[in-house]
Design a protein around this ligand. Structure first.
Ligand code: FE2
Ligand code: FE2
Length: 332
């Protein structure tokens, strides 16, 4: 009798039956021109790669029937390859069915989520918005946040790369606001004679709203997020600007100059055209929002790469979004 196991707890050489989510299915060709599929399955804590060669009995169902986002029951042997990392040698595989619940199958268990409590994160966002001194600007930000409370509590920050999990956007945003606030206070004190003084309201509002367009750029359910048509055609930066403009139209008291600066912060938050921003930051507040966003996204990418890496080599392989190897073999 084969043991029921959890993929994330398997030891090299161990055989078992377990449930996984297919997260990636890519058709490739070998050096001698034969097609094969490179698959990636995962559970909550571990992801494994599986090549399916042309001459394998799995090739046909893989090509014709399997889709990423589907759940499977696998019988296989776990191993850790020096170059390819965690792998599974599949002996048996079929799509998971509701009756598998009796054997411990839980579809919700595959949803990657923020490790923080989203209700608390939302309360933090509201408290941050309430700290904005300019009344109409505060009203604008609070209105947008409250109108989108439900989506904000579940939206990922991306379909891949950084904070690409349920609640990732709100986790990222709250962290960006904290860094933005720190930078605002630091540089207000550091350059007390700057005229006009650094506008902390703009920095806080900019941090809170910088990625609000992701609510319409992405669609997300229980599986990985995808780009909507609007997300593909317009992108979260311009969608965010539109959302802010639409909301601002209902607040006639809002200073148009302040609104324009807030729009500039949204447009320039990704720093450069290569990173999707039509404008580079042209005011100190925009620069600080950009860096607060950037450091939070990059830290999440670093940690994600290191978490996913196995311990068999000194460096990660560099095939990540940063196109950079990170050192793994550290003693301190
Ligand atoms: Fe962004
Ligand atoms: Fe962001």
């Amino acid at each position: 009798m084969v043991e029921k196991v959890i993929l994330g707890e398997m030891r090299p050489g161990q055989q078992g039956d377990f449930f996984v989510l297919l997260v990636e299915k890519t058709r490739r060709t070998t050096r001698d021109g034969k097609p094969f599929y490179s698959l990636r399955f995962r559970d909550q804590t571990r992801s494994v790669s599986v090549p399916v060669w042309e001459n394998s009995p799995l090739f046909e169902p893989c090509e014709g029937e399997w889709e990423s986002g589907q759940h499977f029951k696998i019988r296989g042997v776990y191993s850790e390859h020096e170059r390819y990392g965690s792998q599974i040698d599949i002996q048996n595989i079929r799509p998971a069915v509701p009756e598998d619940a009796a054997d411990g199958y839980d579809p919700d268990a595959f949803v990657h989520s923020t490790r923080f409590n989203v209700d608390e994160l939302f309360d933090q966002m509201i408290a941050d918005a309430e700290s904005i001194g300019d009344e109409p600007l505060r009203q604008l930000v609070l209105g947008l946040l409250k109108r989108h409370e439900e989506e904000l509590k579940s939206c990922p920050a991306a379909s891949r790369n950084h904070h690409a999990y349920r609640g990732g956007l709100i986790e990222h945003t709250v962290s960006v606001v904290a860094t933005g606030r720190y930078l605002a206070e630091k540089y207000q004190a550091y350059y007390p004679d700057l005229e006009p003084p650094l506008n902390a309201d703009l920095i806080i509002a900019g941090c809170l709203l910088h990625d609000i367009g992701k609510l319409r750029e992405l669609s997300w359910g229980t599986e990985t997020a995808a780009y909507t048509i609007e997300g593909n055609l317009i992108g979260h930066i311009l969608i965010g600007r539109d959302m802010i403009r639409e909301a601002a139209a209902e607040i006639p008291e809002l200073n148009p100059e302040l609104l324009q600066y807030l729009e500039h912060i949204i447009l320039s938050h990704q720093g450069t055209p290569e990173w999707g921003s039509p404008r580079e930051p042209m005011m100190p507040e925009a620069l600080l929002v950009h860096f607060a966003d950037d450091v939070d996204a990059k830290m999440n990418i670093f940690v994600g790469i290191l978490d996913a890496a196995d311990g068999s080599t000194e460096f990660t392989d560099g095939s990540n979004v940063l196109r950079r190897k990170l050192i793994k073999a550290r003693k301190v």
